[in-house]
Ligand binder design. Sequence first.
Ligand code: NDP
Length: 240
Amino acid sequence: MARVALVTGGTRGIGRAIAERLKAAGHKVAANYARDHAAAQTFQRETGIPAYSWDVADHAACEAGIAKVVADLGPIEILINNAGITRDATMHKMSVEGWRDVVDTNLTSCFNMCRQVIDSMRQRGFGRIVNVGSINGQAGQYGQVNYAAAKSGIHGFTKALAQEGAAKGITVNAIAPGYVDTDMVRAVPPAVLEKIIARIPVGRLGRAEDIARTVLFLVADDADFITGSTISVNGGQHMY
Ligand code: NDP
């Protein structure tokens, strides 16, 4: 059945692939992004999917942004919490801003977004929520205390909300991608990246499409018995 879907961070990288896949499956899709208006315009032109700019770390902005999407497309039945950032530094060099930005953007955003859609999902007796975690939330990573903590938090968030939603037809799952070839990973120095790829049994970086196909599987109407799960999509790099 065609549903209304919202993808945060949906204009670039993994989010873009998710938005495109959901649209190809017949859903009515909206994409959120932060501030790269040029990328969002290109995305809208190339995909025909509307893009909405707001900061997912800001609760009031999520309230206003989602109200606009609902007015344009209808109540949100599928929510993909994908927006995320890194601000890497070892603990002895990490600023309080670097901690807060990462935790607010990657984790608090899940609360900000879910809080806005949960009532209508409960009333309608249907909802699909997918939160994008990370291999580094499962395994930890040098220089990423902030990011690993936020992504690890997503996995607990997912399991708790899954318990609350189960009786109301709402499933809540997480995906833990390994290293995926997007702008985020292109920022990693080539020598470091080479070492990372050497540790991936499948022998390549992930593709945004690898994550998008997993989202599609989880949001299907008949995926209603899958909830509270984390699916690792990492080429065998970390078996959790
Ligand atoms: P990209 O950096 O390629 O894209 C990030 C997207 O998120 C952009 O659309 C960006 O908007 C948006 N975004 C960032 N901050 C905010 C914000 N505060 N409010 C709204 N939107 C925001 O990231 P990836 O596609 O690589 O990553 C997507 C998700 O997957 C993230 O959660 C990331 O942590 C996770 N992940 C990625 C991995 C990888 O290897 N790439 C590995 C494991 C997890 P704008 O264009 O305006 O900047």
